[in-house]
Design a protein around this ligand. Structure first.
Ligand code: GDP
Length: 331
C-alpha cells in the first residue's frame, strides 16, 4: 500500500491524537496522503493485562489499519483471522469474554515478551510499525500505565470490562484515568509536539471521553499541546446527534451533555482552534464561536478517509496562515 504514497518531503508535518476504530479511519487517510510527515499519538488508557498478556487495543487498531491488516467487515482485529486458540481456551474453561484471534495473539505474546525484557511500548510500537511498512510514526501516548476506569452507580470498572464484557450497558457516572497524575508523555511524543516544523494538530473523530481524554489527562502532554504554536482542530465523531458507532452519544446523555457540536467545542474549550462538522450538522456552525469547516465526515471507504484527511489538514493549515497574517499585519 506504500507504493501509491507520494513523497512526503514537502508534505505538511501533522500530529494526530487518536483512539481506536473511529480515529484510525482518519489516521489512515492522513497517512496515505502525507506519509512520514504524520505522527499519531494513540490512547493507551484501554491497555490491560489479560491471560498474562499486555493488550493495547487502540495501538493495535492503528497498527492493523495503517498496516493494511485490519478486518474491515468485522470492524476490529486482523483480517483473515482464525479462532483456534479461543476454541481451545473455551474447552479448558478459560476466560473467553475478550476475543483474541490467533494472529492477534501473536502481537500480544511478542509485545509482552519485549515489555518483560524492558523494551518500552514506544520502541516496540515503532518496530512493529516499521515491519508493517507504515510510513507515519505511531506513538503510544505514554510508556507509563494510565487506566481508564468507568465509574457506574455501584462499581468502578476497568475500561475493557465496561466496553467488551458489559457491552457499554452500565450508566456512566464518571470516568477516571488512574495513574495519570504520575504518568509522563514519552520523550518521543514531546519531541513530536515540539518539532519546529509541525504545522497543525488534528484530534481524530474518536470518543472524546474514552479515547481522547485519557491522552489529555497526562499533564505534560496537555501542556505541550497548549504550548505548540500551531492550530489544533477536532473532527466531530457525531453526525446528526448520533455516534457513527459506539457509546459516545450514550455517554454524553448519561453525563447530562447534549450530543451536539457545541458540547464538543465546550469539551475541548481552551485547546482547539477549529472544528470539522458533518454537512448534516451545518445548522450548528453559526453558533460555535470558532472557525468551522463543514464537510462530509462519514468515512465508508478509503476515498472518504483521504478526502476528509485532506479537507481537515487544509482547514487546519489555513488557520495557521490566518494567524501568521494577523500577527504579520500587527507588527
Ligand atoms: P474506539 O476506541 O474503537 O471506540 O474508537 P474511537 O474512540 O477512535 O472512535 C469512536 C468514535 O468514532 C465514535 O464516536 C464514532 O462516532 C466515531 N466514528 C466512527 N466512524 C466515523 C466516521 O466515519 N465519521 C465520523 N465523523 N466519526 C466516526
Amino acid at each position: 500500500m506504500n507504493a501509491t504514497r507520494p513523497p512526503s518531503s514537502c508534505a505538511p508535518r501533522l500530529l494526530a491524537l487518536c483512539g481506536g476504530v473511529g480515529g484510525a479511519k482518519l489516521a489512515l487517510g492522513l497517512e496515505r496522503l502525507y506519509g512520514e510527515a504524520v505522527s499519531i499519538v494513540v490512547n493507551t488508557g484501554d491497555d490491560f493485562e489479560h491471560l498474562g498478556l499486555h493488550v493495547s487495543p487502540d495501538i493495535d487498531t492503528v497498527l492493523y489499519t495503517l498496516g493494511g491488516r485490519s478486518d474491515l467487515e468485522r470492524g476490529w482485529g486482523r483480517a483473515g483471522e482464525t479462532w483456534q486458540f479461543m476454541k481451545a481456551l473455551h474447552e479448558l474453561g478459560g476466560e473467553t469474554w475478550f476475543q483474541l484471534g490467533d494472529r492477534d495473539l501473536a502481537m500480544h505474546v511478542e509485545r509482552t515478551r519485549q515489555l518483560r525484557a524492558n523494551v518500552s511500548l514506544t520502541d516496540i510500537t515503532r518496530d512493529i510499525a516499521e515491519k508493517f511498512g507504515i510510513a507515519a510514526t505511531i506513538l503510544p501516548m505514554s510508556d507509563d500505565r494510565v487506566e481508564t476506569t468507568v465509574i457506574t452507580a455501584n462499581a468502578a470498572m476497568p475500561f475493557q470490562r465496561y466496553f467488551v464484557e458489559k457491552q457499554c450497558t452500565p450508566v456512566v457516572k464518571r470516568i477516571e484515568f488512574r495513574g495519570a497524575e504520575r504518568a509522563s508523555a514519552s520523550d518521543a511524543v514531546l519531541a513530536a509536539l515540539r518539532n519546529p516544523g509541525l504545522e497543525a494538530i488534528i484530534i481524530c473523530p474518536s470518543n472524546p471521553y474514552l479515547s481522547i481524554d485519557p491522552i489529555l489527562s497526562i499533564r505534560n502532554l496537555r501542556s505541550a499541546l497548549k504550548e505548540a504554536a500551531v492550530p489544533i482542530v477536532v473532527v466531530s465523531p457525531l453526525i446528526g446527534g448520533q455516534a457513527v458507532k459506539g457509546p459516545t452519544a450514550k455517554i454524553m446523555a448519561e453525563l447530562g451533555v447534549p450530543a451536539e457540536s457545541r458540547a464538543l467545542v465546550a469539551h475541548y474549550a481552551g485547546l482547539i482552534d477549529g472544528i470539522v462538522i458533518d454537512e448534516q450538522d451545518r445548522a450548528d456552525a453559526a453558533g460555535l464561536g470558532l472557525p468551522v469547516c463543514v464537510a462530509p465526515t462519514l468515512m465508508r471507504n478509503l476515498e472518504d478517509r483521504t478526502r476528509l484527511a485532506r479537507t481537515t489538514a487544509e482547514f487546519a493549515i489555513k488557520l495557521t496562515a490566518r494567524a501568521s497574517q494577523t500577527s504579520g499585519g500587527a507588527s
